[in-house]
Design a protein around this ligand. Sequence first.
Ligand code: NDP
Ligand code: MG
Length: 395
Amino acid sequence: MKYLSIIGSTGSIGKQTLDIVKVHPDELTVSALAAGSKNLQDFKEQILEFKPDLISLPTAENLASLKEIMTADQLKGIGCLCGEAGLVAVAEHPQSTVLVTAVVGFLGVTPTLSAIKKGKIIALANKETMVAAGHLVISQAKQYKAAIVPVDSEHSAIFQSLTDSIMRGRTQDEVAKILLTGSGGPFRTWSMEAMKSATISDALKHPNWSMGAKITIDSATLMNKGLEIIEARWLFDISADKIEVVIHPQSILHSAVEFVDGSIVGQMGVPDMRLPIHYALFYPGRVHSSRVPRLSLTDLKELTFEKPDPVRFRCLGLAQAAAGEDDTSACVLNAANEIAVDSFLNGEIKFLEIAETLERVLDEHKPIKLPALEDILECDKWARNQARIVMAARA
Ligand code: NDP
Ligand code: MG
């Protein structure tokens, strides 16, 4: 039996994780759940269905609202916490063996590091944690013998393709490059002129995946692919110049590894996040999945591959540059991006202004090499503030 703590249980990844738990009651149990404030009704239903020992919400007011829609009897015996302390307590829950980090954004850093210190398996969806604090996550995971199993579909594909080299500690010698695939997002074929007036709903129309709003916008700017380069660089201890982004509109090959002998090994499947989530939950084993649709190769019409366009998608270049550094550039890029995406989703800036904001914030940043957690927290705060200043100055 695996015991799970899930932070971000009411989001896209959180719900798909619970969908898998539901059909594997003899193998997976939910110990603790944490969610945000937007879906209290869903959270209530999850509590009733999965009966965790511990739950957490962002604020005491959110807890009070939950208690208004649940009876005392329904919450009997369940620890109810709030704030960052609650999030960390859920991540560290003594019974849980696996933490599913399914929150979005920098918020994932502290609870993930806490669970790592307890030696838990981390099923990591939250790429922002690796982007902002990759070297800390990796060094602490080694120190506390905590396995990090990626949930991001590309990284799951790379992990599965690389397992043999990883086991023998030979990735450095054996890997020529990582081929990180991406659909290209909704604007793959749009002209720069059209992208200038792209609306929120245009940007939210992802061709292949149904995901939370933030990652969907990141997929439209290709920042998602940029963040994934940084994530891959830390997860697989591969230098950024060995990671090549390949646009693959059908999202069937989820990524691949080219080895030094010329072999390319990749992982394919339908574009359904339950596949990499299932893999991470059952790692290192494989068990039958009744939830994931099967891929029929003979039904596929075509698989195409192309190079990304760095001119229309400037976020990709910014992330590529940050990925080559061992400093706080990636943390700053990530924080500024979270703020810019939020502003775009609130209708405050235009689509192409996301990249412009990030460029300006990075220009002002004085990077700190191999930052400690305090430096990361400080730079994250600075970049959020700086992004707001830059955007206000443009308006
Ligand atoms: P969603 O926006 O759908 O979900 C985010 C979750 O975090 C929700 O449960 C939300 O709660 C919760 N949350 C927000 N604030 C807090 C808080 N203060 N404390 C605890 N929980 C909080 O995001 P996704 O599921 O799409 O993405 C999650 C992560 O996984 C991201 O980092 C993303 O990049 C990554 N990822 C996602 C993929 C996908 O297919 N969705 C694919 C690959 C990676 P609520 O909404 O109830 O307020
Ligand atoms: Mg991905």
